[in-house]
Design a protein around this ligand. Structure first.
Ligand code: FAD
Length: 470
């Protein structure tokens, strides 16, 4: 540790992968040190990712509901307005409360917290440039690289976090842009686009690929895109950005069809670059000690999260696999279980994915396209939210549930939900996949009425038999 004593486990990075690994390691009785450069724990997720984005999604949803839906529900008032500084302050308070919470958990579990930039100098030593000045060497029998990821930049588009922002800047705008252009139709772009769209921005999403969120089931994606268009999102698909001019008061973007062709210029007050994330693995001493990475810079690990260098492990966004906080956490727990001589387990095939728009879109397992490509005979059951009593009662009935199961055994292969609260409902399906359940297993499980979860039950009934309510 910083005191010069050797730790059993040294974690570089205090994000959901790193801090969870550190706490779990300490709980398993290992002497643990966690090094974090940002001056706050929680990583991308807590500081500039999952948590602040969900805070703003919730606040902007409340405003939007008040503006567009309250009157239908018989709730009337005048003088509705957005107080952006207050909205940002509530987000910041949520973030700082949670980062302090992790510091408290470190103390409780006796994880030593070193604030600084860590660099591997040998397979058992990390040199740290301390945030408060000076440097130190932290020694460990095992080292876990949990350095996460960073915004992917686009050639020729310089992020200044004012007019051309990354997701980090989009979480902290000081004014509501009249026109927002989002480059990249992945879940981060659509979530941040939703925030500003609800607060009044005109949002145009430019995407190189022919589809939004390419990982999504095609049928759900089509409905999702229609729903976003109804919310006044504009999409320019199969389109690439070829030039950016920030010399005027706003931004002028030159775009052209992905396949080449006539150029057009679109104007924006703010441009959000959300074209993906890249592992943060350069400049941290991996080359110096011979740790292998792939072409994209991801650290290569075996099924026990060990790199090719004995005693050096890697987890989370820094390695291949879904770049999600909960996956990073699972990696972290399994990795230290292996280090402690126990068994660990993460199944990347049952990692759920959620887009926190309204309604939410959540999925687990395979899309219909993937099942088809695998050649397995399958059956599909669907259920529209319009036929779900709770969704109708609250007048929030846009969306559907889709269940795909193996024809022969009815074992569930994939579940896709677009509904209010889909990100909560999906876990029933995650559990089903984890335990190899059939659609009939879910259909014969009693679900409380009236709940949106019943739409999943009925979609399952429709998979192996027939639903009641359609
Ligand atoms: P990170 O969270 O990136 O943490 C790595 C940490 O290591 C950082 O704090 C960094 O400062 C530190 N570090 C790096 N190098 C060093 C070094 N050399 N020395 C010391 N410290 C170092 N995922 C979800 O699951 N759900 C969501 O809703 C969601 N929303 C998101 C919204 C946005 C806007 C963004 C950008 C991301 C979102 N993500 C979401 C993705 C999620 O944030 C990441 O998958 C997750 O944070 C990865 O965890 P990690 O621990 O691997 O890395």
């Amino acid at each position: 540790a910083a005191s010069g004593e050797e730790s059993d486990v040294v974690v570089i990075g205090g994000g959901p992968g790193g801090y969870v690994a550190a706490i779990k390691a300490a709980q398993l009785g290992l002497k643990t040190t966690c090094i974090e450069k940002r001056g706050a724990l929680g990583g991308t997720c807590l500081n500039v990712g999952c948590i602040p984005s969900k805070a703003l999604l919730h606040s902007s949803h409340m405003y939007h509901e008040a503006k567009s839906s309250f009157a239908h529900h018989g709730v009337k008032f005048s003088n509705l307005e957005v107080d952006l500084p207050a909205m940002m302050a509530q987000k910041d308070k949520a973030v700082s409360g949670l980062t302090k919470g992790i510091e408290g958990l470190f103390k409780k579990n006796k994880v030593e917290y070193v604030k600084g930039f860590g660099k591997l100098v040998s397979p058992s030593e990390v040199s740290v440039d301390l945030v408060d000045g000076g440097s130190t060497i932290v020694k460990g029998k095992n080292i876990i690289v949990a350095t996460g990821s960073d915004v992917k930049s686009l050639p020729g588009v310089t992020i200044d976090e004012k007019k051309i922002v990354s997701s980090t800047g989009a979480l902290a705008l000081t004014e509501i842009p009249k026109k927002l252009v989002v480059i990249g139709a992945g879940y981060i772009g659509l979530e941040m686009g939703s925030v500003w769209n609800r607060l009044g921005s005109e949002v145009t999403v430019v995407e190189f690929a022919p589809d939004i969120v390419p990982s999504m089931d095609g049928e759900i994606r089509k409905q999702f895109q229609r729903m976003l268009e109804k919310q006044k999102f504009k999409f320019m698909l199969k389109t690439k950005v070829v030039g950016v001019d920030t010399s005027g008061s706003g931004v002028k973007l030159t775009v052209e069809p992905a396949a080449g062709g006539e150029q057009t210029v679109i104007e924006a007050d703010v441009v959000l670059v959300s074209a993906g994330r890249v592992p943060y693995t350069a400049g941290i001493g991996l080359d110096a000690i011979g740790v292998e990475t792939d072409k994209g810079g991801r650290v290569l690990v075996d099924n026990r999260f060990m790199t090719n260098v004995k005693g050096v492990y890697a987890i989370g966004d820094a390695i291949p696999g879904p770049m999600l906080a909960h996956k990073a956490e699972e990696d972290g727990v399994a990795c230290v279980e292996f280090i402690a001589g126990k068994e660990g387990h993460v199944d990347y095939d049952t990692v759920p994915g959620v887009v926190y728009t309204h309604p939410e879109v959540a999925s687990v397992g395979k899309t219909e396209e993937q099942v088809k490509a695998s050649g397995v005979a399958y059956q599909v059951g669907k259920f529209p939210l319009l036929a779900n009593s709770r969704a109708k009662a609250i007048d929030d009935a846009e969306g559907m549930v889709k269940v795909i199961s193996e024809k022969e055994t009815d074992r569930i292969l994939g579940v896709h939900i677009m509904s209010p609260g889909a990100g909560e409902i999906i876990h029933e399906a995650v559990l089903a996949l984890q335990y190899g359940a059939s659609s009939e297993d879910i259909a014969r499980t009693c679900h409380a009425h009236p709940t949106v979860s019943e739409a999943l039950k009925e979609a399952c009934m429709n998979t192996y038999d027939k639903a009641i309510h359609m």
